[in-house]
Design a protein around this ligand. Structure first.
Ligand code: AMP
Length: 402
């Protein structure tokens, strides 16, 4: 494997796997271009050095081949704008004669965007022959799609087998993602606090188990906290609960105790009489919620508690909201925690925020610039912190030469 910063891209045709899976509205306008802007530094550096770029990505989940609503041609205009008017050509297919001809004709400083790789079922199957066809489009392979690094797909992983070690590398976004995740996983300055929230315990078990080996404190908020309370014999009213996960919650609490990891549960909650923006609300202890009421956010005492832990931390990992932050009445907990993470960062802590909903929350409160790093990978980030080796990363680090 080569490194991006030391490689000379002059005169090279560089095939980059990007994650341009952006949300589009009914008029096919991009409603959030974060995934595109995140990879711009990689593309621009290659173009500035006199290389040309061939971009491949998926968009949405097409089921049976090409469908206009999943066509990447919808994003060409925006890409031109983001690249300050650079020439961006489009190939109506990601393999075959047109793609090959357009790639061969690219001049230094020009870009070719390929059609959606998921128009071929071979992409998600990780088909070798398909990956080999894609590989013919460039001299060098760069993977900058952290968002799909947990998939062993043709364009994210298998394709790396068709490039020798000195012609495959991670892009700048991928490098930054891996560096910040590694810092938290393997070089965290203590105290290290992990804040885990969201709806379900079942989605977060593996990450909590892995963090029990590394963190000094684990804050558990969101809907998943109530399973931990009920498992300890407490009354949680109609709050979210996964009864079948209660034994596991107890196991996690016991394991944490034996390892000296402090688990912090929300002492109080904002409770509601229904799951709706216009619900009646009040505050009560999280372990004594009356029947007919449900905890939809952490309360003031919990916020104060969590804030104290966060402000003492030197490393902070945050995945998952503290409450139903999408509704105004239940956003205070998540917002307060976001502010506390920002404050700790100002005081010198390293903070990494990742996972779809916590990223949406930090953006909603305009705090993304106030934390050390916001990950672009939801599922990929979660799997990284579960301790799994991501196929997209392993493919470049470990793949056999051909
Ligand atoms: P996840 O995708 O597992 O991180 O869960 C995120 C979702 O959990 C968000 O849509 C929140 O609205 C939801 N959530 C957070 N806290 C609660 C809660 N106390 N009760 C129900 N849903 C919640």
């Amino acid at each position: 494997m080569s490194t991006f910063s030391s490689y000379s891209f002059k005169g090279k045709k560089v095939l980059i796997r990007v994650d341009f899976n952006v949300p589009l509205n009914d008029q096919f306008e991009i409603t959030d271009d974060t995934r595109m802007t995140a990879t711009l530094p990689t593309i621009k550096k290659i173009l500035e050095e006199g290389g040309s770029v061939i971009l491949m990505s998926h968009l949405g989940r097409p089921k049976t081949g090409p469908e206009d609503k999943f066509s990447l041609h919808h994003i060409v205009y925006h890409l031109v704008k983001l690249l300050n008017g650079a020439t961006v050509k489009f190939a109506n297919d990601c393999i075959g004669a047109e793609a090959l001809e357009k790639s061969a004709a690219l001049k230094p400083g020009e870009v070719l965007l390929l059609e959606n790789v998921r128009f071929y079922k071979e992409e998600e199957k990780g088909d070798r022959a398909f990956a080999e066809k894609l590989s013919k489009l460039g001299d060098v392979y760069v993977n900058d799609a952290f968002g799909t690094a947990h998939r062993a797909h043709a364009s994210t992983a298998i394709i790396a087998d068709f490039f020798p070690a000195d012609k495959k590398m991670f892009g700048l976004l991928m490098n930054a993602e891996v560096a910040s995740a590694e810092k938290v996983l393997h070089a965290a300055e203590k105290p290290f606090t992990a804040i885990i929230g969201g709806a379900k315990v079942s989605d977060k078990i593996l990450i909590i188990e892995n963090l029990l080996e590394r963190a000094t404190d684990i804050i558990i908020g969101g809907g998943m906290a109530y399973t931990f309370w009920k498992a300890q014999g407490k009354v949680i009213g109609n709050s979210l609960c996964e009864d079948d996960r209660m034994p596991l919650a107890l196991e996690i609490l016991a394991k944490a105790k034996s390892k000296g990891v402090h688990i912090h549960l929300p002492i109080d909650s904002t409770i509601a009489d229904k799951f709706a923006p216009d619900a009646q609300t009040t505050n009560c202890e999280s372990f004594g919620i009356p029947s007919g009421w449900m905890g939809l956010d952490i309360g003031q005492k919990a916020i104060a508690d969590f804030k104290e832990v966060i402000l003492k931390s030197k490393t902070i990992l945050w995945n998952g909201p503290m409450g139903v932050f999408e509704m105004e009445k239940f956003q205070n907990g998540t917002k307060s925690i976001a502010l506390a993470v920002a404050e700790a960062t100002t005081k010198g802590a390293f903070s990494l925020v990742g996972g779809g909903d916590s990223v949406a929350a930090i953006n909603k409160f305009n705090l993304s610039e106030k934390v050390s790093y916001v990950s672009t990978g939801g599922g990929a980030m979660l799997e990284y912190f579960e301790g799994k080796e991501l196929p997209g990363i392993a493919a470049i680090k470990n793949s056999q030469l051909v």
